[in-house]
Design a protein around this ligand. Structure first.
Ligand code: FMN
Length: 378
C-alpha cells in the first residue's frame, strides 16, 4: 500500500476490515505499528520526501460494504450504500479525493513485482489474467483450505489434484466460484481455466476467490436459492432492481422448491434477472442472479423435475420430500429409530416401524443411516 500510495501520489491509506475478523485486525495493527517504528510510514519515509499514513477502519459486517463506493461511504461514516457512477472513485472517491480501492491480495503482489519485475509476473497466468490467485476451497472435498494457484490452472486440476477429489469418492456435480454471486459450473466444464475471462465465459466470476465443490447430493435448485437468499438479505435496498428484483426472484424460487412452481416461473425469473443485471446500481444486484441463471442453464432437467414432476432428486427441497419405510426391506434393526432427531419413527418388531409424517422434519437422517435401503425417499 505504501508503494501504491507512492505511485499515485496519495498521502493516506485505509484498511477496511470487518469487525468480526479480530485476528486480521490484530495482525494489521501490529504491521502498521512496526512500519511506523521502522520509518516506513509517517513523514518523509526513509528520507524520500514522501509521506504516507495508514489506518484501519472497521466494517460492521455488511456484505455490500465490500463494494467500493459503499465502502467509501462507510469510511466516511455514512450508511454503507453504493454511489452511482460516474464520477468513479479514481476521480472523486473518499471525501471527494481521487481514490483507488484494491484487495489486499492485489496490493501484496506489488512488492513482488518490484522485487522480480513485471515480466516475471506476466510469465505466470493466461493472456489476460496474470499472476496467481488465492482460493478458498470448501464443500464436498477431501482437502479444504486456502491455496494459491497460477492463473490458468483448470478447475479439475484444483479439485482433483490439490483438493484430493470429492469427499467419500462421490461424483462431482458442480463447483461454484466467486462467492455468493458466482455462477455454478457443471462437471462437463471441469476443464475450464481459472482466469477472469474463462470464468466469465461460463457464466461465473472470480469474485473473492471461493471455490465450493458440490456432489450428487446437492440440489441445483436449493443451492442457488441459498445464495440468492443471502444476496436478498444483504441488499442495501437503495436501488429497486436489486431490492425488488432479488426478492421477487427468491419468492419464485421458494415456490418452485415447495413444489408449487409453474412453467412460466422460469421465464419470469430470467426476465427479472436481466433487469437486475442491467439496472442495478452496483455489482451486488448485477451479479446476484448468477447462481440461478447458471443452474437454469446447466441443469434444466432439475428445474423441470421440480416444476413438472414436483420432485427433488437430491431430497433437499424438503416440502416435496416424504420418507417412508419399505417393510419388505426393513430388517427391524432400529437404526433409524435411534437416530431420528425428533423421534418421528415408532413401532415394534412385530408390527413394523413407520414414519410419523407430522413429526418428521425431513432431515434425511433415517435415509442416510439405513443399511438396507429400507427408507424410501419420494
Ligand atoms: C457486494 C460486493 C462485496 C465485495 N466484497 C469485497 C471484499 O470483501 N473484499 C474485497 O477485496 N473486495 C470486495 N469486493 C470487490 C471490491 O469492491 C473491489 O472491486 C475490489 O476490492 C477491487 O480490488 P482488485 O481490483 O484489487 O481486485 C466486493 C464487491 C461487491 C460488489
Amino acid at each position: 500500500m505504501i508503494l501504491a500510495g507512492f505511485a499515485i501520489g496519495a498521502q493516506r491509506g485505509f484498511f477496511y476490515i470487518r469487525a468480526e475478523y479480530p485476528l486480521a485486525i490484530k495482525r494489521i495493527e501490529k504491521a502498521i505499528e512496526q512500519a511506523y517504528e521502522r520509518g516506513l510510514l509517517g513523514n518523509n519515509i526513509l528520507g524520500s520526501g514522501f509521506s504516507f499514513d495508514l489506518e484501519i477502519r472497521l466494517g460492521a459486517g455488511a456484505f455490500v460494504c465490500g463494494e467500493e463506493t459503499a465502502l467509501i461511504e462507510s469510511i466516511e461514516g455514512k450508511r454503507g450504500t453504493p454511489r452511482s457512477r460516474p464520477p468513479f472513485p479514481a476521480d472523486k472517491g473518499l471525501w471527494n479525493h481521487p481514490t483507488i480501492i484494491n484487495n489486499v491480495e492485489t496490493l501484496a503482489t506489488v512488492a513482488q513485482i518490484i522485487y522480480r519485475g513485471g515480466e516475471w509476473l506476466a510469465a505466470i497466468g493466461t493472456e489476460k489474467s496474470k499472476g496467481t490467485k488465492v482460493f478458498a476451497i470448501t464443500g464436498k472435498v477431501k482437502n479444504s483450505g486456502l491455496v494459491e494457484i497460477p492463473m490458468g490452472m483448470t478447475i479439475g486440476e484444483v479439485v482433483f489434484g490439490i483438493a484430493g477429489g470429492v469427499l467419500g469418492g462421490r461424483k462431482l456435480m458442480a463447483v461454484q466460484t466467486g462467492g455468493p454471486s458466482g455462477g455454478v459450473i457443471p462437471l462437463k466444464l471441469i476443464d475450464t481455466k481459472i482466469s477472469y475471462e474463462h470464468l466469465a465465459e461460463v457464466g461465473s466470476i472470480m469474485g473473492s476467490g471461493g471455490l465450493i465443490v458440490m456432489d450428487e447430493d446437492d440440489c441445483m435448485v436449493d443451492i442457488p436459492r441459498f445464495y440468492l437468499r443471502f444476496c436478498v438479505e444483504e441488499s442495501c435496498g437503495k436501488c429497486a432492481p436489486c431490492r425488488i428484483g432479488g426478492f421477487q426472484m427468491l419468492q419464485i424460487l421458494d415456490r418452485i422448491a415447495e413444489g408449487k412452481g409453474v412453467e412460466s416461473d422460469l421465464k419470469q425469473m430470467q426476465r427479472i434477472a436481466q433487469g437486475m443485471q442491467k439496472a442495478s446500481l452496483c455489482a451486488l444486484g448485477q451479479t446476484a442472479p448468477n447462481p440461478v441463471l447458471s443452474t437454469m442453464k446447466y441443469f434444466p432437467e432439475e428445474y423441470r423435475q421440480h416444476v413438472e414432476d414436483k420432485k427433488c432428486r437430491a431430497g433437499k427441497c424438503t416440502k416435496m420430500v416424504q420418507y417412508t419405510i419399505d417393510q419388505t426391506h426393513c430388517k427391524k434393526c432400529k437404526l433409524c429409530v435411534v437416530n431420528c432427531p425428533v423421534g418421528a419413527i415408532s413401532g415394534s418388531r412385530e408390527a413394523g416401524y413407520v414414519v410419523d409424517q407430522v413429526k418428521c422434519i425431513k432431515c434425511g437422517t433415517c435415509y442416510e443411516v439405513c443399511k438396507f435401503k429400507a427408507i424410501v425417499r419420494k
